[in-house]
Design a protein around this ligand. Structure first.
Ligand SMILES: [Cu+2]
Length: 255
């Protein structure tokens, strides 16, 4: 709680996802360790200035250090770093990147970036994402949804507004229609580059209801700064209501 208050005081973003506290915790640890290093090296610098000043050493010594102390310290540092990397960093990174949520409970959404806004593609009532193809993109069909695909019939889009249910695992498949963008819903403590021709998943579980900005995390052109969307987290019941209200891209009457 004290740390949360401290984070708020220095302007760190609010956390609204399950894994978000871990990211904050990691940032804090890195800063504390860097703080210790900063004080240590500063003290060493002052020590060296005093110890080796001209008054105390009127004549230069060219032999330098004769003991192997520093070599042993350096080997020690290498061993510690190898243990940190192979023993902790790699396994933790693997656990995070391979921990993609699975099962029927997972909500899948596509995020399609373009200069300069986001289109969010929802699978609709059947929960199955319809096919899309770039050649099918038009003014009326911004994501190139394939009309012939049975799974596409109830799919709908939400412009610049990513609506999410509270407490349900979500996978967002991030892609782009033109240049590289970056989907960054800050309080969810995750972000993913949107790369043309690729669909890259990012996942999280929202733990707080509210409304926040989504910014574009890649300098993508003249309108980059205005490429702001909204992420809205609502209780599951409210989200289901919202889902039922959305008009499918291919309404049955128009078939
Ligand atoms: Cu962008």
């Amino acid at each position: 709680m004290i740390i949360a208050g401290f984070n708020q005081a220095i302007g760190m973003a609010e956390v609204a996802s399950e894994h978000g506290d871990m990211v904050d915790h990691f940032l804090e640890m890195v800063h504390w360790v860097m703080g210790v290093l900063f004080i240590g090296w500063s003290a060493f610098l002052v020590f060296v200035l005093l110890r080796f000043n001209k008054k105390a050493n009127p004549k230069a010594r060219y032999a330098g250090m004769t003991s192997h102390f520093s070599t042993h310290v350096e080997i020690g540092v290498v061993i510690v770093e190898v243990v940190l990397l192979l023993g902790f960093a790699f396994p933790l990174w693997a656990a995070r990147t391979e921990g993609i949520p699975k099962g029927d409970n997972v909500l899948k959404i596509r995020a399609v970036g373009q200069q300069f806004y986001w289109t969010f593609h929802y699978a609709g009532k059947d929960g199955k994402m319809g096919l899309t193809e770039m050649s099918g993109v038009s003014a009326a069909n911004g994501i190139g949804l394939v009309k012939q695909d049975p799974n596409a019939q109830d799919d709908f889009i939400s412009l610049s507004e990513l609506v999410l249910p509270l407490g349900q695992p979500v996978i967002v498949q991030v892609t782009s229609k033109d240049v590289i963008h970056g989907l960054a819903p800050i309080p969810l403590m995750t972000q993913q580059d949107a790369i043309p021709g690729r669909e890259i998943p990012m996942w999280f579980t929202a733990t707080k209801t509210g409304e926040w900005d989504i910014v574009c995390a890649q300098l993508c052109g003249a309108g980059h700064a205005n490429m702001v969307a909204t992420v809205k987290v609502m209780p599951k019941a409210e989200f289901d209501e919202w889902l039922a209200e959305q008009a499918p891209m291919f309404p049955p009457a128009a078939k």
